[in-house]
Design a protein around this ligand. Structure first.
Ligand code: ZN
Length: 147
């Protein structure tokens, strides 16, 4: 349980391409716990490992409302299917404080990933969930929503 420092633009680390995780072990689970604490502390709904300076393909998210907690963990996520229909959402980012922009992204996507226990899963995402996972996955490629 550690709240880490979130790095912000124009820190060059944010432009780095994150590396795949070979194995989901104790170290990776500890990292996911810390990422989640960091994200909750900053009132965010998603965080990629590179945002705390660690170039690993790991994302945590929680889009639940009303104080409920529904943490989600994604290791090595890959989009395997995208809808042609686009959706526009106003996006913000913990690494780009005080900036918001309307961004078009596929309204639905299927994502393959490993979960907290290293088990292969598939997520069929739409709405805010689809927007958020695509935003976080951009971080793994060194891309920010302001680009
Ligand atoms: Zn972001």
């Amino acid at each position: 349980m550690t709240v880490k420092t979130i790095i912000t633009e124009p820190n060059k680390l944010l432009r780095q391409i994150s590396k795949p995780v070979e194995n989901v072990g104790k170290e990776e689970q500890q990292l996911m716990n810390d990422m989640l604490d960091t994200m909750y502390d900053a009132n965010g709904i998603g965080l990629a490992a590179i945002q705390i300076g660690i170039p690993k393909r790991i994302i945590v998210m929680d889009i639940a409302k009303d104080g409920k907690k529904e943490p989600r963990y994604f290791v090595n996520p890959v989009i395997v299917k995208k809808d042609q229909i686009k959706n526009t959402h106003e996006e913000g980012c913990l690494s780009v404080p005080d900036q918001f922009a309307e961004i078009d992204r596929p309204s639905k996507c299927d994502v393959e990933y490993l979960d907290y226990n290293g088990k292969k899963q598939i997520l069929r995402a739409e709405g805010l969930l689809a927007t958020c996972i695509q935003h976080e996955m951009d971080h793994l490629e060194g891309i920010l929503f302001i680009d």
